[in-house]
Design a protein around this ligand. Structure first.
Ligand code: NDP
Length: 445
């Protein structure tokens, strides 16, 4: 029987150089210590050793031809991490920074997130070091077709169901689905989620992660006698999650004053005009710096990290991992931040999270707070199985209930283990217990 510290040190030795994966596992295992102390049978049965080792890791070559006739080669990944409670489920990320350590951290987090939703979905994640920026539609299509020509062997509606993530939106899912359908010679809509509405997608999926983040935060604030109305918010990122978090926050009477992309951030003291952001990012696919052409009174600053120096009540990191380091956490607190809502996966370093908790800041942790996307993905799978489509209001109502239930589960688990208000630990514990119990009941597999 190993202790959590031994499991961690063994993990680092067996997975060298995968710092994001180490970070994600460390954060979870340390928060589980009170549970393991009360329930040593999870340690005696090797649950943790099995939980940190993916069930299957697939790495493959993705060759494709660019618009100039040159052959390009990228690397594709799919990590099928844990299927104790359902088929593997998790997005695909296309970004030049992708390597095994990123996909493993995302896949590991996905196990707990999916468990928290209460829905029957296991944890997985995939992607490629392909950079979609600056590529033509034809290049994106040829890349996606090549990627799926290998991936199709490993996925299926009851096996593994990918979706989008950074760099993978509706356009990419469409090309991936088209190729899967062609190869399989059959219409298995439930193999991918985030599909277009004309071919099996769900209303509300596009909005789900950002809206879900705000639904979770609203419930957290309600319990803590705080409200969104009239608060100033900064949001990192200007992609799918950031845009829809901004939309729902504005609908709730908050004022979003800053957003960014990977090059820089905009500050608009009158409140961000979201229609302009959508025009720049979703239609023109240009840099956020374009914003000041439409709104000359707004300011643009080079350097994405500068966004954390903007004074705000609530900060929503919705771009990528390790966006907020300890120094940014200190800056935010000095400027009076009260609430952190993690829209991205692991956007705060472990040191930053610890500091926020020490200072009494309310933190909505990513595994719980951004689970809205995968929840509506699971609802998309249900609709595909039943061969029907629900209207937006029905999906949105289900999403709200799921996010409130995720908050309650995290809150209750934190209270049960003597960490009231620590929703980070609460989410880890609640997510862990469901998966661990399923693993116990299924024997050593
Ligand atoms: P998008 O690709 O739509 O947008 C990503 C945004 O983050 C862009 O504004 C991008 O800027 C910025 N960004 C990406 N990488 C970096 C970086 N290295 N430094 C600074 N900014 C960066 O992705 P999503 O909105 O879908 O995903 C955002 C986060 O939310 C990710 O962590 C993802 O894992 C997580 N998430 C997404 C879900 C979903 O349903 N889409 C579900 C749950 C979590 P630029 O355009 O300049 O690259």
């Amino acid at each position: 029987m190993s202790t959590t510290k031994e499991i961690l040190s063994n993990l680092k030795e067996r997975n060298p150089g995968e710092s994001e994966f180490h970070q994600a596992v460390e954060e979870v295992l340390l928060s589980l210590e009170p549970v393991l102390a009360k329930n040593p049978h999870y340690l005696n049965t090797g649950i943790l050793e099995r939980l940190v080792e993916p069930e299957r890791q697939i790495i493959f070559r993705v060759p494709w031809v660019d618009d100039h006739g040159n052959v390009q080669v990228n690397r594709g990944f799919r990590i099928q991490f844990n299927s104790a409670i359902g088929p593997y489920k998790g997005g695909l990320r296309f970004h030049p920074s992708v390597y095994l350590g990123i996909i493993k951290f995302l896949g590991f987090e996905q196990i707990f997130k999916n468990s928290l939703t209460g829905l029957p979905i296991g944890g997985g994640k995939g992607g490629s070091d392909f950079d979609p920026k600056g590529k033509s539609d034809g290049e994106i299509m040829r890349f996606c077709q090549s990627f799926m020509t290998e991936l199709y062997k490993h996925v299926g509606p009851d096996i593994d169901v990918p979706a989008g993530d950074i760099g993978v939106g509706g356009r990419e899912i469409g090309y991936l689905f088209g190729q899967y359908k062609r190869i399989k010679n059959g219409y298995q809509g439930g193999v991918l989620t985030g599909k277009g509405l004309s071919y099996g997608g769900s209303l509300g999926r596009k909005e789900a992660t950002g809206y879900g983040l705000i639904y979770f935060i609203k419930e957290m604030l309600r319990v803590n006698n705080y409200t969104l109305t009239g608060k100033t918010i900064t949001i990192s990122g200007s992609g799918n999650v950031a845009i829809h978090a901004c939309e729902k926050a504005q609908q709730n009477g908050a004022k979003v004053i800053a957003m960014c992309d990977s090059k820089g951030y905009i500050y608009d003291e009158n409140g961000i005009n979201l229609d302009t952001i959508k025009q720049i990012k979703e239609i023109e696919r240009k840099r956020i710096s374009e914003y000041i052409k439409y709104h000359p009174k707004a300011k643009y600053n080079e350097g994405q990290k500068g966004i954390w120096s903007v004074k705000c009540d609530i900060a929503l990191p919705c771009a990528t991992q390790n966006d907020i380091h300890l120094e940014h956490a200190k800056q935010l607190i000095n400027n009076g931040v009260q609430v952190i809502g993690e829209g991205a996966n692991m956007p705060c370093t472990n040191e930053a999270l610890k500091f926020f908790l020490e200072k009494g800041i309310l933190v909505a942790p990513s595994k719980a707070a951004n689970a809205g996307g995968v929840s509506v993905s699971a609802l998309e799978m249900s609709q595909n199985s039943m061969r029907l489509s629900w209207d937006f209001e029905k999906v949105d109502e289900k999403l709200q209930n799921i996010m409130i239930n995720i908050f309650k589960a995290s809150d209750n688990a934190a209270k049960e283990y003597g960490m009231e208000g620590n929703y980070i630990a609460g989410a880890n514990i609640a997510g862990f217990l469901r998966v661990a119990n399923a693993m116990l009941e299924q024997g050593v597999v």
